[in-house]
Write a protein that binds this ligand. Structure first.
Ligand code: NAD
Ligand code: ZN
Length: 358
């Protein structure tokens, strides 16, 4: 099989032929048909998300089941599947409480080596998936079967960015009709928060991004207002747009500590900041304590849009098929596995909402 390997921090990924390790009894072999390129992959390369090289990156993908181990119960050869970057085992303490986005088996699936380089070095995979490849072997609990005609390059985004963003609005914040929302950072995940807020019926959706193309795309995908933070203080601009009150929900979708604090400062009295962007693993934040208590402001963490993937993947597919959510508008470019480093360049230079490897 061919895969894009993370070999050294801040270096380019190396596309190589590698030897897959034989699947275990609960494993599934998937032929990958599309994989989105998410900023979390870049965080691994730059060291913000700790993962030792060498490893196969990619955690936002879809494909077709090629083989199943003898103990696999829910999947068959030929099934169309989306990878879940957090497994959903269905039986752990969290899964039994409808919190599969916190499934206890996350670290178990991530620890399994799935292939060898030609020098026999074992390769781990990002989040137990490793979608920057033509094949992957993963535990059954990391896969969700999907029946739809949506194209592969769209379906891939449900594996991470789309579910995380839409879920941040619908599940984590629980945006209500008429609410006001601000979104700091309008990449693949931020644009999905905007779409989630729109489908929830938010009255005002303020998109904040430094890049003009991202602000224009946000308007096309559901934002009602845009803010250029380079023009004037973003908090002041949001206050001006909300009659001095602030928004019900302010989402930080970049991963910068100061911007999480900024989101907190944009939230109205009684409102909430939702931290979706992944900060560097050594970062901390300091928030003003008075408004936390006396203005009853809340700060919510958000992993995977608090999604219950076996419920939410089909739900998102239905909303896309019904024309209520726009997945096609999120796919800026499709390219081959060999173009992976170009995809990261385009992300860093703000040229794309999402690049998808097909
Ligand atoms: P992206 O690179 O596509 O988007 C980031 C956006 O932020 C870009 O549009 C960029 O122009 C904008 N930006 C950067 N600095 C800015 C600033 N100072 N002010 C305003 N805008 C600024 O990234 P993405 O793939 O959308 O991911 C966004 C974040 O979400 C990343 O940190 C990623 O790791 C994280 N993420 C979190 C989860 C989760 O479960 N919580 C899941 C997926 C991704
Ligand atoms: Zn991701």
């Amino acid at each position: 099989m061919r895969a894009a390997i993370f070999t050294e921090q801040n270096g380019p990924l190396s596309v190589e032929n590698v030897d897959p390790i034989d699947p275990g009894p609960r494993d599934v072999v998937v032929r990958i048909t599309a994989s989105g390129v998410c900023h979390s992959d870049l965080h691994v390369i730059t060291g913000g998300l700790p993962m030792p090289p060498p490893a196969i990156l990619g955690h936002e993908g879809t494909g077709i089941v090629e083989a199943v181990g003898p103990e696999v119960k829910g999947l068959r050869v030929g099934d169309r599947v989306i990878g879940s970057f957090i497994p959903a085992c269905g039986t752990c303490w969290f899964c039994l409480r409808d919190e599969s986005h916190l499934c206890e088996n996350t670290y178990t699936v991530m620890a399994a080596p799935r292939a060898h380089r030609h020098d026999h070095t074992p390769l781990m995979t990002m989040t137990g998936l490793g979608t920057f490849a033509d094949m992957m072997t993963c535990d059954e609990m990391s896969l969700v079967k999907i029946e739809t005609d949506l194209p592969d390059e769209q379906l891939a985004l449900i594996g991470c960015g789309f579910t995380t963003g839409v879920g941040a609005a619908l599940n984590t914040a629980k945006v209500q009709p008429g609410d006001t929302v601000a979104v700091i950072g309008c990449g693949g995940v931020g644009q999905s928060v905007i779409q989630g807020a729109k489908v929830a019926g938010a009255a005002q959706i303020i998109a904040i991004d430094l890049v003009p193309y991202k602000r224009e795309s946000a308007l096309a995908l559901g934002a009602t207002h845009v803010v250029d933070p380079a023009e004037a203080d973003a908090v002041e601009q949001v206050m001006a747009l909300t009659g001095g009150r602030g928004v019900d929900y302010a989402f930080e979708v970049i991963g910068v500590p100061d911007l999480i604090v900024q989101a907190f400062n944009m939230a109205r009295t009684g409102g909430a900041a939702v931290a979706v962007g992944v900060p560097h693993f050594m970062d901390s934040i300091t928030i003003p304590s008075f408004p936390l208590v006396l203005s009853e402001k809340r700060l919510l963490g958000c992993v995977y849009g608090s999604a219950q993937v076996r419920r939410d993947f089909p739900r998102l597919v239905s909303l896309v098929q019904a024309g209520r959510l726009d997945l096609g508008g999120m796919v800026s470019r499709t390219m081959g596995l060999d173009d992976i480093n170009e995809a990261f360049r385009a992300m860093k230079d703000g040229e794309v909402i999402r690049s998808v490897l097909v």
